[in-house]
Design a protein around this ligand. Structure first.
Ligand SMILES: *[C@@H]1O[C@H](CO)[C@@H](O)[C@H](O)[C@H]1NC(C)=O
Length: 405
């Protein structure tokens, strides 16, 4: 019995789905190759063009001050793109109406000129991304194409585009088959109301989940006196980078929660929460045990809009719960790294069998490599820590300082 409690307890500290599988699977280079970022210079990659050829290639970023960029595509050898802001529609940023509010931020237009097609029938497929949106277009004919962004999702997106521009990715040839799947998956990562709706729609469509809007207030009053050691917190994040990641995680693992935490009471009756994923002063994400009040406040502020379920232990199990052992374990884990080094490989532990349709290896690679470009620090955590652990190395793929093998 003890084992079961400890398992449950361990699960509280790591994301659901880390499981034990990640440890059992022997490392084979081929498992990794399909998901390596393309910056990787390991010679082994040079012999596997097929894997690398699947990655969308980043052709550049176009912003208001970046001028135009040029590159050679797969179909059109001459391409040029530039970006211009569109004037905002008169309105008030503080307007209650979501649509009007967005329009008052203005939008933009991407001009993309294609020329010198190598055949009459070929086409190039592009993805345009900011952390707030992913949109795409494909081109069959040699001329100037325009792609209009009607309005920014929020003022943060406008600021992002002013500073960093919009990232342009050329999708590998043969990606048209996955285009329909992109429509489902990419918006999940958008930190916007649209992204949140996409996550809900995805879970409804692919997992048969149902969402009922509750009457307000949306925050339940919880009295810490009613909560006990071993009570479980199941979280479901539905917005932004964690929302998108959790949606996929839920779907591939079959769980309806994407993150968990555990409640612990100390001898004085004070309630604590053990949870992974808090930033320390160095900006690293670590495991912590924090007072309930602090946890609650952070959770209410969390912009991933988590749904939180408090699941009390059954009284019989509670009677058997060994709080001494639980506290000892919690203290031993406190301050340890988040667990990125197991995250991705607890999900992806076969070459091609970890993706229910319409998701497939190509699509995951595409989403991940775009994510790497648009939000490098978060993606780097996941890949660097995972690969370093498995290769016994200490290096950064994105800085290209890994040993040549
Ligand atoms: C609870 O755990 C502690 C520490 O592991 C152990 O010494 C103790 O025997 C356990 N108590 C029970 C009732 O199992």
């Amino acid at each position: 019995m003890m084992n079961r409690f400890m398992m449950l307890f361990i699960w509280c500290f790591v994301e659901l789905g880390f499981g034990v599988n990640g440890f059992k699977v022997p490392f084979r280079p081929k498992d990794l190759l399909p998901i390596l970022p393309k910056e990787l210079t390991w010679p082994v990659l040079n012999n596997l063009h097929s894997a690398v050829d699947l990655l969308p290639s980043y052709v550049g970023s176009i912003g208001p001050n970046s001028g135009s960029i040029q590159w050679k595509g797969s179909c059109f050898y001459g391409n040029e793109a530039r970006f211009e802001f569109k004037n905002p529609v008169q309105g008030d940023v503080n307007d209650d109406d979501d649509d009007k509010k967005k329009k008052s931020l203005g939008g933009g237009v991407i001009y993309l000129e294609t020329s010198a097609a190598h055949s009459w029938t070929c086409m190039d497929l592009y993805v345009f991304a900011t952390p707030y949106r992913v949109t795409w277009d494909y081109y069959f004919s040699a001329r100037e194409h325009t792609l209009e962004i009607e309005s920014w999702e929020e003022s943060a997106e406008l600021e992002y585009v002013k500073q960093h521009g919009i990232s342009v990715f050329l999708m590998p040839s043969g990606m048209l088959g996955t285009l329909m799947s992109l429509i489902d998956v990419l918006p999940l990562f958008s930190n916007s109301a649209w992204g949140q709706k996409s996550n809900i729609a995805f879970l409804q469509k692919h997992m048969g989940a149902s969402f009922e809007k509750r009457a307000k207030p949306w925050v339940a009053p919880i009295n810490p006196d009613d909560v006990h050691s071993g009570d479980f917190l199941a979280l479901s994040k539905i917005r932004g980078r964690w929302g998108g990641f959790e949606t996929l995680e839920k779907w591939v693992t079959g769980a309806f929660a994407g993150h968990t935490a555990v409640c612990l009471k100390d001898e004085d009756g004070k309630l604590w929460v053990g949870e992974s994923g808090h930033e320390n002063e160095k900006g690293e994400e670590i495991i912590v045990v924090i007072p309930w009040e602090e946890w609650w406040e952070l959770t209410l502020k969390d912009n991933s809009n988590p749904h939180v379920a408090l699941l009390p232990l059954h009284p019989e199990l509670r009677a058997k719960f060994n709080a001494t052992a639980a506290w000892a374990y919690a203290r031993s884990m406190s301050g340890k790294p988040y667990g990125y080094h197991n995250m991705i490989f607890s999900w992806i532990d076969t070459i091609a069998e970890n993706y229910p349709p319409p998701l497939d290896t190509h699509l995951v690679i595409s989403a991940m490599s775009m994510w790497t470009r648009v939000q490098p620090s978060y993606a780097a955590n996941m890949w660097n820590e995972a690969l370093n652990k498995r290769l016994g190395t200490e290096c950064n793929l994105y800085k290209d300082d890994c040993p040549k093998v």
